[in-house]
Ligand binder design. Structure first.
Ligand code: HPA
Length: 269
């Protein structure tokens, strides 16, 4: 496993013309941020040795290197979901490679269903904590030497980065919610009873990604900032139907404010 990670990192390093310390995972419908990256060069996942290949509609699989907010960055356009059939080791392979490449801060985004009654569709929710509901743990198995066997998780999402986001949002008049993200395997959206349950358990939003990536990033010491776009609502009075198209549409509509916050955060952090 570790040999494969190093092989992939070394393949990339031989081809990289920049030395990014910041990585971004662009989730569902957040492609607009990719178009703001300048001086780009990129690699399709299918061309990178040992990289899994993305399969979901609307997820373009490539690693983009370039500049954003005046900083060298690397961005993942398209991520790997457990529901696609990948193992947790495959889902989190890119974060392992990021660590080998010297990434220090990871910005993650996703689309999520809101369960907090104060949330509306299109809100941005800064992830302040998460609950791991995946059936398999990404650190299951022999421990890799990048971190301890029993990693501390008291601050999975960096508090200083949350404060920075709040400051930028205030300055720009963008409403930011805060909340706990529940990570589930999918691919079904939740039943009304499940949305209610996750809210009772302490969750504000639920989605099918992010948690494994954050766990592995933290295991390697990478700092994390995460934002969810609330694309649908569940668990209140009336059960509402949810579709992938609606999720993408709501995510697209929220893109401009998301892009602005991410760009500013990267330039100031
Ligand atoms: N549940 C799980 N994943 C999601 C949702 C949801 O309601 N919305 C977007 N991704």
């Amino acid at each position: 496993m570790y040999a494969k990670i190093r092989e992939t990192a070394s393949w990339l390093r031989q081809r990289m013309r920049t030395n990014p310390k910041t990585a971004i995972i662009l989730g569902t419908g957040l492609g607009q941020l990719a178009s703001e990256i300048t001086d780009t060069y990129e690699f399709s996942y299918k061309d990178i040795p040992n990289f899994p290949v993305s399969t979901v509609e609307g997820h373009d699989g490539k690693l983009i290197f370039g500049k954003l907010g005046g900083k060298d960055i690397m961005a993942m356009k398209g991520r790997f979901h457990f529901y696609e059939g990948y193992s947790m080791k495959e889902v989190t392979f890119p974060e392992r490679v990021m660590h080998e490449l010297g990434i220090e801060t990871l910005f993650v985004s996703n689309a999520a269903g809101g369960m907090n009654p104060n949330f509306s569709i299109g809100d941005l929710m800064v992830i302040t904590d998460h609950i791991n509901f995946f059936p398999e743990h990404p650190l299951h198995g022999p421990n890799l030497p990048t971190g301890p066997r029993f990693p501390d998780m008291h601050q999975p999402y960096d508090k200083k980065l949350v404060e920075l986001a709040d400051g930028i949002a205030k300055e720009k008049g963008i409403k930011l919610q805060h909340g706990v993200y529940v990570g589930v395997q999918g691919p079904t959206f939740e039943t009304p009873a499940e949305y209610r349950m996750f809210h009772i358990l302490g969750g504000d939003a639920v989605g099918m990604s992010t948690v494994p990536e954050v766990i592995v990033a933290r295991h390697t010491g990478i700092k994390v900032f995460g934002v969810s776009i609330i694309t649908d609502l569940g668990g209140f009075d009336v059960p509402v139907e949810v579709s992938h198209e609606e999720v993408q549409e709501a995510a697209n509509a929220a893109q401009p404010k998301m892009t602005e916050i991410m760009r500013e955060m990267i330039s100031r952090s």
